[in-house]
Ligand binder design. Structure first.
Ligand code: S3P
Length: 200
């Protein structure tokens, strides 16, 4: 991994961690849980895009097309990172399925010193999760889904960490914390959770 990216820029002083991965990999579910366990803010890039455009992502694709979507996605990514730094808010940022696969995105995040976790799940798992959900304009049929996944793998492999997300979100979060990927050693987190517990 990381063979084609330049050395990482200095780590952002405000802890920010990005979750990348294909559609159905659990970025939003895992991200929200992880943020809540860490006591960090959770930002979902797709939600930011919908909030700033005032329309849903399928509507955006239909009205403006994918290139305009990618432009807005890149703008919102910059804005989300900027906001986290400005407001000094430790943040878990769930990217969209295609964000990290766009040209320049891995370099941009590496330069910004933001670690990226690739949530990787078996294609059958991704497929079964996406089959039951609507609202994904790039999920058309199984063949194109598989082809897009194959095309993006090389980009996801540039991430700093890979975590298997085929299983339950709680297990994925536990694995991220166990490995200290969010920059919080497990011992510190236990102390944090201890403090958060309501006094009996
Ligand atoms: C996309 C994935 C979606 C959303 C948009 C494009 C993609 O995000 O950003 O539909 O290019 O794979 P999720 O992975 O959260 O579904």
């Amino acid at each position: 991994m990381n063979q084609t990216l330049p050395p990482r820029g200095p780590l952002s002083r405000v802890p920010i961690v990005c979750l990348a991965g294909f559609m159905g990999s659990g970025k939003s579910t895992v991200g929200a849980r992880l943020a809540s366990q860490l006591g960090w803010r959770f930002v979902d890039l797709d939600e930011r895009i919908e909030a700033s455009s005032g329309i849903t992502i399928p509507q955006f694709f239909e009205r403006h097309g994918e290139p305009a979507f990618r432009q807005l996605e890149a703008d919102e990514l910059r804005a989300a990172l900027g906001r986290a730094v400005e407001q000094k808010e430790p943040t878990i940022l769930a990217l969209g399925g295609g964000t990290y696969a766009q040209s320049g995105a891995p370099e941009f995040l590496r330069n910004a010193g933001v670690p990226v976790i690739w949530l990787d799940a078996r294609i059958e798992v991704l497929l079964s999760r996406c089959l039951t959900m609507t609202g994904r304009p790039l999920f058309r049929d199984e063949a194109s889904f598989r082809a897009l996944h194959a095309q993006r793998i090389a980009s996801y492999q540039l991430a700093d960490f890979r975590v298997d997300s085929s299983g339950d979100a709680a297990l994925v979060v536990a694995e991220i914390l166990r490995r200290g990927i969010a920059g919080v050693p497990a011992a510190d987190l236990e102390a944090h959770l201890e403090l958060e517990k309501p006094k009996s």
